[in-house]
Ligand binder design. Structure first.
Ligand code: NAP
Length: 462
């Protein structure tokens, strides 16, 4: 019997962990991985904060995997525009969609269209040198910025805005961002969440790092730290130990003397929802309503009260979650922003004819969890895919059906990517940094193909 040939769409952690599980299985599969960018690693490259280099070490695992002779990388190939999913489904035996959740959520309030009202997707993509965001319209010319949301991405955003330039200059932050942040006038960041400290979704290590930043005065909204008896009892439950650690870290920051002047300030504000972004052509302030919490202690909801207040700011960054984008002819849950699935098998799929579809990562479960979460998640998907295969739910195509698929863009393979990687790391070493990222696709393609024999021609897959 021929070997099953699987295409994975997306080369972030979930795509690579799916490839790892497939290649380690005894099913003898071959894996082709597609990414719309010439660079692999998805959120590890363009989501993880540049001052968190340790987290990026996971790429060593992915890099080793890419040397497997049964693995091939097809970078710079966008499924849906350079090649259709239907065409891939007619050539491969099964497809795993692992293209993440790349759409930021704009604030659902009047004024969110104004200049300098952006989402965390924009800002994170910008400082990490994602080619889509290098030309972001961003002015760091006002001393105050508002970050909406109390998750780890909001923490990353606030920390980068407040970081000392010398510290950022040792990271792989994009050159344009390093220069803009060097000139930044932002001195005060208001990080505002709609619920209380118990409901905030940050993790303790990230919170501790933010609240312990040198040269940043921390101003905590003390009103929100008063807990009722039910909340105290809730925090004492062993299952809530992580939440209690967060509350302790916030209380400790609030108890520190914050009267001493420092170069910058972080205002940590709870129980407030934005109701409008003010400004004529660009943001000048954000108007909030004070909330109260209602409902059972383990599921308290924010309910708007009557007190309103405004925060003057020249920039507002909504960090209120990410959503997946739909793909043509694939079912999509518009409410959750995911592809509906059961244990990774896409729902509503007729498992005959066209290659069956599976999902892994954020497009499967929503934008939750840390990078390691994707290993178990992709493992579940691959188990489902392989058990479907062993039960004969989808056939392996014979070689006559595997004629090459024309690609409408120059393909970047893993050797090409290694040339880009080498060039970035070499440039980084010269300036005492882990790498200096290329941020234009043209520049990447030039470096990638320069080392090849002959010119790049339209290539083929499968
Ligand atoms: P998140 O953890 O889900 O946080 C989203 C925040 O937005 C919550 O505070 C949420 O409040 C708030 N929110 C949602 N809708 C809102 C609205 N309409 N108005 C006001 N606030 C609203 O998401 P995230 O920060 O984007 O992170 C995504 C995932 O990546 C998380 O699992 C995170 O841990 C992970 N991540 C990890 C790291 C790390 O490990 N260092 C770094 C970055 C990201 P409610 O709770 O009230 O809904």
């Amino acid at each position: 019997m021929s070997e099953p040939h699987i295409a994975i769409i997306g080369s972030g952690p979930s795509g690579f962990f799916a490839a790892e599980a497939l290649l380690k299985s005894d099913a003898g599969v071959r894996v082709d991985m597609f990414d719309r960018l010439p660079t692999p690693y998805g959120l590890v490259r363009s989501g993880v904060a540049p001052d968190h280099q340790q987290i990026k070490q996971v790429v060593k695992v992915f890099d080793a995997l890419a040397s497997n002779i049964k693995f091939a990388f097809f970078g710079n190939v966008e499924v849906g525009s350079n090649i259709s999913l239907d065409l891939l489904r007619s050539r491969y035996d099964a497809i795993i969609l692992a293209y993440g959740a790349s759409a930021g959520t704009p604030l659902p309030v009047p004024g969110s269209h104004l200049s300098q009202s952006i989402t965390a997707t924009d800002f994170v993509g910008w400082y990490n040198g994602h080619p889509d965001f290098t030309r972001l319209d961003l002015s760091l010319d006002n001393d105050s910025a508002v970050v909406i949301g109390h998750g780890n991405v909001a923490i990353d955003v606030a920390r980068i805005l407040l970081s000392d330039h010398a510290r950022l200059a040792k990271t792989d932050i994009a050159d344009h961002a390093l220069e803009a942040l060097r000139r930044s006038r932002v001195r005060r960041v208001h990080m505002v969440g709609r619920r209380g400290p118990i409901q905030a979704s940050f993790t303790t290590a990230e919170l501790r790092e933010l609240l312990g930043m040198p040269d940043v005065r921390i101003v905590v909204d003390r009103e929100a730290l008063r807990l009722d008896e039910q909340e105290h009892a809730f925090l004492e439950l062993p299952i809530n130990a992580a939440i209690k650690r967060n509350v302790d870290v916030i209380n400790a920051a609030a108890a520190r003397d914050c009267s001493r002047e420092k170069a910058k300030e972080l205002h940590l504000t709870f129980l407030a929802s934005p109701v409008a972004i003010e400004g004529s052509d660009r943001v000048s302030a954000v108007q909030f309503v004070r909330n109260q919490l209602e409902g059972p202690v383990n599921d308290r909801k924010a309910v708007p009260g009557t007190w309103h207040f405004s925060v003057l700011a020249g920039l507002t960054i909504a960090s209120i979650g990410f959503r997946g984008r739909p793909l043509e002819n694939v079912p999509f849950d518009t409410r959750r922003g995911i592809i509906p699935n059961v244990e990774g098998r896409v729902m509503g799929e007729a498992l005959h004819g066209a290659a069956p579809l599976y999902v892994a990562g954020w497009i499967k479960r929503g934008a939750t969890g840390i990078i390691g979460t994707n290993r178990a998640d992709a493992g579940e998907t691959v188990r489902k895919l392989l058990s479907d295969f062993r039960e004969g739910r989808w056939p392996v195509k014979d070689d006559r059906q595997r004629v090459n698929v024309p690609l409408m863009s120059p393909r970047i393979d893993f050797a090409d990517w290694r040339r880009i990687d080498d060039a970035e790391c070499r440039a980084g070493r010269e300036s005492g940094r882990p790498r200096r990222k290329m941020v234009s696709i043209d520049a990447m393609l030039e470096v990638a193909v320069r080392g090849r024999e002959g010119a790049a021609t339209p290539e083929t897959a499968a």
